[in-house]
Design a protein around this ligand. Structure first.
Ligand code: NDP
Length: 258
């Protein structure tokens, strides 16, 4: 089989958490364009449904919306059941839901800290664990977690210690699962995007001054586009990356080089 064929995801069944908008939406679109049926898993059910309809229309693939809060084990388990009911198997689990909170460390409440860790780290664990169990039983699969360049560097000027710590945790969790599940044919990798200009970020008047600073700091003098994460998602999801597990992929326009 040639490399372009290996990159195809025909007959694969996937889900993407936080897939209703932003990076998750673009990843869902990419997986579907490559041939997969995809479940958009999100807290925001109405946007998830609209996004699923859009992507189904555009790609002709089966795209469903499943409401779940990734911090709740019962929600995650119910989501896995729904995906299995719709698709019969899970080949690709993209654990992407995450939030950022900019609060100076000395002012951060335990509640704020827990909120970020619960969604960004515990949510990834619960989702990857539930998907991993299914994949082990069915003989294999690919799990991809969205970390961040913030796992590698400390962003400035905004204070975001809980976010940075949560994303560093995602990378070490990814490596741990990759080693535990290597012989079970379940691959686990992470991506570490730099600043990505999602609609939410680009349309936020509050973030405008920050965006200017981030662009000035970046060697490319611009934010990444959500679609610039699509190729790595397709690569990691499918058989072309059979020997790739336990790796983190930086897509940050050389931001972390300086
Ligand atoms: P967005 O905020 O645009 O989208 C995140 C989606 O996740 C939203 O639809 C949101 O729903 C959903 N979500 C939030 N919490 C939960 C939850 N507990 N359970 C299920 N769904 C949830 O984020 P981005 O697209 O910008 O980011 C996606 C991922 O990429 C995150 O992990 C982020 O940390 C990471 N990342 C983003 C970068 C960027 O510059 N944009 C850079 C590096 C990493 P709702 O609307 O209801 O909150």
């Amino acid at each position: 089989m040639g490399i372009i064929e290996k990159l195809r995801l025909d007959n694969k069944k996937a889900f993407v958490t936080g897939g209703a908008r932003g990076i998750g939406y673009n990843i869902t679109l990419a997986l579907a364009e490559a041939g997969a049926d995809v479940a958009i898993v999100d807290m925001d059910e109405s946007t998830a449904k609209t996004s699923a309809e859009e992507i189904a229309k555009q790609t002709g693939k089966k795209i469903i919306a499943v409401k779940a809060d990734v911090t709740k084990k019962a929600d995650v388990d119910a989501m896995i059941d729904s995906v299995l009911k719709a698709f019969g198997r899970i080949d690709v689990a993209f654990c992407n839901a995450g939030i950022a909170l900019n609060v100076p460390a000395e002012e951060m409440t335990l509640e704020d800290w827990n909120k970020v860790i619960n969604i960004n780290l515990t949510g990834v664990f619960l989702t990857a664990q539930a998907a991993g169990k299914v994949m082990i039983k069915q003989g294999g699969g690919s799990i991809i977690n969205t970390a961040s360049m913030s796992a590698h560097i400390v962003n400035v000027p905004q204070p975001q210690c809980s976010y940075n710590a949560s994303k560093a945790g995602v990378i070490q969790l990814t490596k741990s699962l990759a080693v535990e599940w290597a012989l079970k044919n379940v691959r686990v990798n992470s991506i570490s995007p730099g600043y990505i200009g999602t609609d939410l970020i680009m349309n936020s008047p509050l973030l405008k001054p920050l965006i200017e600073k981030w662009c000035a700091q970046s060697p490319l003098h611009r934010l990444g586009k959500p679609e610039e994460l699509q190729a790595i998602a397709v690569y990691l999801a499918g058989d072309a990356s059979a020997f790739t597990t336990g790796s983190d992929f930086g897509i940050d326009g050389a931001f972390t080089c300086i």
